[in-house]
Design a protein around this ligand. Sequence first.
Ligand SMILES: [Fe+2]
Length: 214
Amino acid sequence: MNRDFEFRQLLRAYRAGVISEELFEAEIAELERKSVANGSGGGGFRAFGKTYRSERDAIVSFIDKVRVAEANAAEGFAAWANVTPTDCIRSGLRMIAEREAYHGRIFANRLMELGGEGRAQVSDDSRQFNACAADPAMSDSEKLLRVAATIRDPEAIIRPILEFAESLKEDVETKEALRLFAEDELSSTRWLLYACAALNPSVQAEAAGAQAAG
Ligand SMILES: [Fe+2]
């Protein structure tokens, strides 16, 4: 069970008079002892090059950002699907929009379950992406070129998510959600690169050249 959660439960019980001060102190001492034994005490939890107070804090911070970015991207891809004149990419855009939307919901729910606060805001880059995506005057090839430029290497994009998931020891529920999230992102980004190459023959030639050279 999550250490912060256990601590809050104990504090609530003590404040409500359900447990005595002695029992509260004894339980806290036991929690501390367990956390030191697990190696999660003292040094905090390392993730994304930062040190968090606990595994839970790292999760709350990450899934808060994911929830906002995914919900925003869902709107962007849905708007793009609505304006695209290109039949062969419409269904892909719709599928990606659905994936982004449910990632947003899953992580918003998880954030609530963990008692975390929603603090993240939509980034300027995400806002800009949505403006382009919804623009009927911009061609699909141009939109795909812009997206592809931000993707480049799909495996590299999901690597930090998988590493983070791998490092989670207490919250196995979030751990598995992150693994599946990474699989979805890999599928979406690969398809976007493929669609970009299909609609931009020059990119296709470049990719083929790189493959032949590699
Ligand atoms: Fe996404």
